[in-house]
Design a protein around this ligand. Structure first.
Ligand code: ADP
Ligand code: DAR
Length: 342
């Protein structure tokens, strides 16, 4: 492999930190799963508009290719190679009364974590057979759950296209064909080995084998952030009794994209801010202050519709799960206060 021919359009952190020297040091290396730097950076080369531009193939990638991953992790998370992640999944430490009890602004709340099985490579380098094994282990474990987590697994293979589109449109299911995931090798053999588990109320859901092997999701209408977090924590605790997830003292939960390391948590609301969205400078000054990210309502790389935005925590590594949700709650509380005073 020769040094990539970056153009002026390649603005990702990978393009910034993959100097010729770093490339020469890494280009001949392979992890025990055979994952190479060439595979890690392919998405960022194919998609110049990538923000990050790199994916790991396994936990070992983060140490073997550290000369590239470390500066990216430091810039995105403000987390140095000497830092150690910490976890706190105790909802009683969350100070989060409903910021919108009359449901004037918050349409829905969703908190998710990514997880990957400890004894398998990540989706970027997993084989078809291993992906099937992950699907079987996870779906069987989920279907053993009871109480408010009880539900059913729906494989994507063979799913009625109308049902699939309706689940995506209603924000329950991942979209298909993401070009960033495609280049990273995360869509190989699509749709086999992929699917969604959910309880009858669709307030507890798990995606299997999309960007990570599990995306564990708690969501509901309205702004009762604490209740959404409590349900997610009880689900995580049930799953951690039954499965071993890839975790490191330094990086926390291991994920395919470095932006999701640590808590692997994204706590978001879909919120309507019709006045504030006309003053994006003020809007962004508040989200920046609370380390929040603004997205469109159909997930990443989508646009907002009718002044409705997806607002979520940006920081995931080096802060705890409680702090991720607290970031989001505090920012949303201030956004609503400013919207009411406009
Ligand atoms: P992820 O949060 O898993 O990283 P995305 O940002 O792509 O992924 O969102 C995945 C799906 O979840 C999208 O359909 C998006 O509309 C939906 N979603 C995200 N946040 C919320 C929310 N607060 N309420 C309802 N749906 C949401
Ligand atoms: N394509 C990646 C996405 C980065 C963060 N989002 C994730 N992991 N879904 C990029 O470099 O933009």
């Amino acid at each position: 492999m020769t040094y990539p021919n970056f153009t002026k359009d390649h603005k990702s952190l990978m393009a910034k930190y993959l100097t010729k020297e770093v490339f020469e040091n890494l280009k001949g290396l392979k992890t025990k799963n055979g994952f190479t730097i060439e595979q890690a950076i392919k998405s960022g080369i194919d998609n110049p508009d990538s923000g990050i531009g790199v994916y790991a193939g396994d936990e070992e990638s983060y140490t073997l290719f550290a000369p590239l991953f470390d500066p990216i992790i430091e810039e995105y998370h403000g987390f140095s190679k000497e830092d150690r992640h910490k976890s706190n999944l105790n909802p009683s430490e969350l100070n989060a009364s409903n910021p919108d009890p009359s449901n004037r602004y918050i349409i829905s709340t969703r908190i998710r974590v990514g997880r990957n099985l400890a004894d398998f490579p990540l989706g970027t380098s997993i084989s078809k057979e291993q992906r099937y094994e992950v699907e079987k282990i996870v779906s069987t474990t989920l279907e053993s759950l009871d109480g408010n987590l009880e539900g059913r697994y729906y494989p994507l293979l063979g799913m009625n296209e109308e049902d699939r589109l309706s689940l995506v449109q209603d924000h329950f299911l991942f979209k298909a064909g993401d070009r960033f995931l495609e280049s990273a090798g995360l869509n190989r053999d699509w749709p086999s080995g992929r699917g969604i588990y959910h309880n009858n109320e669709k307030t507890f859901l798990v995606w299997i084998n999309e960007e990570d092997e599990l995306r564990v999701i708690s969501m509901q209408k309205g702004g009762n952030i604490k209740e959404v977090f409590e349900r997610l924590v009880s689900a995580i605790k049930e799953l951690e009794k039954r499965m071993k997830f890839a975790y490191s003292e330094h990086l926390g939960y291991i994920t395919s994209c470095p932006t999701n390391l640590g808590t692997a948590m994204r706590a978001s609301v879909h919120i309507s801010l019709p006045k504030l969205c006309k003053n994006m400078e003020l809007f962004k000054s508040i989200t920046n202050k609370h380390h929040l990210q603004i997205r469109g309502i159909h997930g990443e790389h989508s646009s907002s519709e009718e002044g409705i935005y997806d607002i979520s925590n940006k920081r995931r590594l080096g802060i705890t799960e409680v702090e991720c949700v607290q970031d989001m709650h505090n920012g949303i509380t201030e956004l609503i206060k400013v919207e009411e005073n406009l």
